[in-house]
Design a protein around this ligand. Sequence first.
Ligand SMILES: *Cc1c(COP(=O)(O)O)cnc(C)c1O
Length: 230
Amino acid sequence: MTRISTQLGAVRARIHAACRAAGRPPEAVALLAVSKTFGVAAVQAAFDAGQTAFGENYIQEAVEKITALRHLPLVWHCIGPVQSNKTRLVAEHFDWVHTVDRLKMAQRLSEQRPAGLPPLQVCIQVNVDGGPTKSGVAPADALALAQAVADLPRLCLRGLMCLPEPAPDFDAACQVFNRARLLLTDLTTQGLKLDTLSMGMSADLEAAIAAGSTLVRVGSAIFGARHYPA
Ligand SMILES: *Cc1c(COP(=O)(O)O)cnc(C)c1O
């Protein structure tokens, strides 16, 4: 057993326990392995341990990995901010984007999605806690953006993503994640067909699952601490 396969097993056990505690079936929550800053060997080790969905933040780094691992049946999710000069790379290489927060970006992704590929699966990033990240649409503007994104031909709107500031404790984290869950319910009540709530990371996946997450994005608990180039 490699360290990555052991840690992956531990994360899966945490997800199962959190689902059980929340009275949700274990298959209600999918695991996205966040491999940013780790190389192709780490992704390969996770794949060998049964993981197929990977999340990346830095587009250039991701495209290199996606290209090098083209022979594996992997699903790649872009979970980092996308500047407008990077939308084409994202549209051409990724399967999912979680960070759509303005219509212009969604329009570019739709226009640039190659005809030979299935529609790009997207989540709208919502700034649920008014945090200073500047990323994410304000909750009050989410419905209008979601309706416009749902009409774009080469995108398939799947749901919402949030990345709140770390909360002081479990209950506080649940409260913030619950806002995203309530917003998803609002949007489905308005007729949008959505099945994805992307929230929860290494430190707070239990709270996110208690609040209704369907996709947790976990990096350091699987791959270890990240070292960023200076
Ligand atoms: C890095 C990152 C993660 C994973 O964070 P960990 O704390 O390492 O689990 C999840 N989501 C986003 C958007 C990230 O940037």
